[in-house]
Design a protein around this ligand. Structure first.
Ligand code: 4AD
Length: 455
């Protein structure tokens, strides 16, 4: 069969096509529509050309027949060219399957923007078997892929439903600054910057600022980027990540844990009930088990015992002893074996930050919690906050931090102090857990980590 050198023209006697996004086209069976998008896949056996069109709202199977299929221009169509397809939406016959259960019978189309074929073709640029660092160089194109775009959709739904949860719980959203002059989680991971000649940092956590809002706004949360100059290359560390933090006044440690439990059960519940969200999570993570009440609670000291009983060594290859950090591998071994969400609680003061209060029944340990999820490990860190000025000053001293720049934080303890606590959610780690991704790099639009700050 020869391709035909014909002009592709619209038959003006056909009913006027109405413009539809793909998810709306699914509901337009029997109607003539105009659908704009990008050629996601194309299969050509000359007499019939099948296109899968993508527009960010869904995928649409389209078929071109007759002269339209044979036309030279159709035979030359390339992946990722943008097109407007005109045609009638037909329900697929029994036994056939396509997204939305429909197929578009195309009667006319326009090319909006050509994509190159050959050497520069999309598939040459974004080759799934390519070295991950090459794929990261092409992130702007790789984002068009099914997996990455699905993860980004789940991410958007996570944010949407988390905000719904916060609204139900009566929290107010605030936007703390990114440029700061205080640390929260240790000096070694601060990104320094020259701020008009003064030393400043990119924020590691908005926690201290959130604490200052309690007395004016009540319970608060923020969605803010945090920055960590992590030297280690791991599957769950980024240099910039979306940190969702909240702070609650007049609570005790048990209230904090109950709130966190509810946050995960309800927010994930909303996503799974959402027709798009539920389908995406099931597709990306078929074995996903939504968390249920109550979460397993495990004290740090009992975790050490479990690790020692199961022959998991500490970072020096020795048995764990009180005061050791539970590093990533050991933590994941434990949570993967247990297979359920865990509240790991009551860490020793020496391995936690200056602001964490000690437990009344055991002053060696603090009212602190890490939320661990199978396959990722720690996805959230939280604690009560020291609300007595003297104890807080002792914390600064222990961590050898000059408290002078923190006068505004200390003032919260001076002007009507109250018991309070909060937590920080690692958005990308939560997505890695929900979407079953090996690394958090898959869960950030343009991930930043050691050696990568582009595109
Ligand atoms: O445990 P972190 O360091 O806790 C804080 O920053 C507290 N000030 C939060 C608070 O109480 N308001 O960080 C909280 C969470 C971690 O559990 C992890 O999920 C995520 O932030 N996180 C990172 N995610 C990606 N890359 C990194 N480098 C991260 N560091 C922490």
């Amino acid at each position: 069969l020869e391709s035909l050198d014909i002009k592709i023209e619209e038959d003006k006697s056909l009913p006027q096509a109405h413009k539809a996004k793909i998810n709306k086209a699914y509901e337009s069976v029997g109607q003539r529509v105009k659908v704009n998008g990008w050629i996601h896949r194309i299969r050509n056996n000359k007499k019939l050309v099948f296109i899968v069109l993508r527009d960010g709202y869904g995928y649409l199977q389209a078929v071109l027949t007759g002269n339209l299929a044979l036309a030279k221009q159709t035979q030359e169509l390339t992946l990722e060219s943008s097109v407007s397809l005109y045609g009638t939406v037909n329900k697929l016959p029994e036994g056939k399957s396509a997204p939305g259960g429909v197929e578009l019978s195309v009667d006319y189309y326009e090319v909006v923007g050509w994509a190159p074929g050959g050497e520069d073709s999309f598939t040459n640029k974004v080759n799934e078997n390519a070295d991950p660092s090459l794929l990261l160089d092409q992130r702007h194109l790789a984002l068009r892929g099914e997996t990455l775009s699905s993860v980004m959709k789940v991410r958007a739904l996570w944010m949407k439903y988390l905000r719904k949860f916060f609204e139900n719980e009566g929290l107010t959203e605030v936007t703390p600054p990114c440029m700061v002059q205080t640390q929260v989680e240790g000096g070694s991971t601060l990104f320094k910057l020259n701020y008009y000649g003064e030393e400043a940092f990119l924020t590691q956590s908005s926690q201290l600022y959130l604490e200052t809002c309690l007395a004016s706004l009540g319970d608060v949360y923020c969605v803010q980027e945090s920055f960590r100059a992590e030297k280690s290359h791991t599957r769950r560390h980024l240099s910039e990540y979306t940190h969702i933090e909240s702070e609650l006044a007049f609570i005790d440690f048990d209230d904090l844990l109950s709130h966190l439990e509810k946050l995960f059960v309800e927010t994930v519940g909303y996503i799974m009930e959402d027709p798009v969200g539920g389908a995406l999570v099931k597709q990306l993570n078929p074995d996903f088990k939504a968390p249920t009440y109550p979460f397993k609670r495990l004290d740090y000291k009992d975790a050490l015992e479990w690790l020692n009983e199961h022959g998991v060594p500490n970072e020096d290859g020795q048995k764990f002893k009180f005061g050791d950090d539970i590093a990533e591998a050991a933590e994941r071994k434990m949570v993967d074996t247990m297979g359920v969400p865990i509240f790991l609680t009551r860490f020793p003061a020496e391995i936690k930050s200056f602001y964490m209060p000690r437990c009344k029944d055991d002053p060696r340990v603090t009212e602190s919690v890490d939320v661990l999820m199978p396959n990722v490990g720690e996805i959230t860190g939280g604690s009560m906050r020291t609300w007595n000025e003297t104890d807080l000053l002792e914390g600064y001293q222990r961590e050898k931090i000059d408290h002078a720049p923190y006068y505004w934080y200390l003032d919260q303890r001076k002007y009507g102090s109250v018991p309070h606590g909060g937590y920080g959610l690692g958005t990308e780690r939560i997505l890695a857990w929900l979407c079953n991704r090996y690394t958090v790099r898959d869960c950030s639009l343009y991930p930043r980590f050691t050696g990568r700050c582009k595109p």
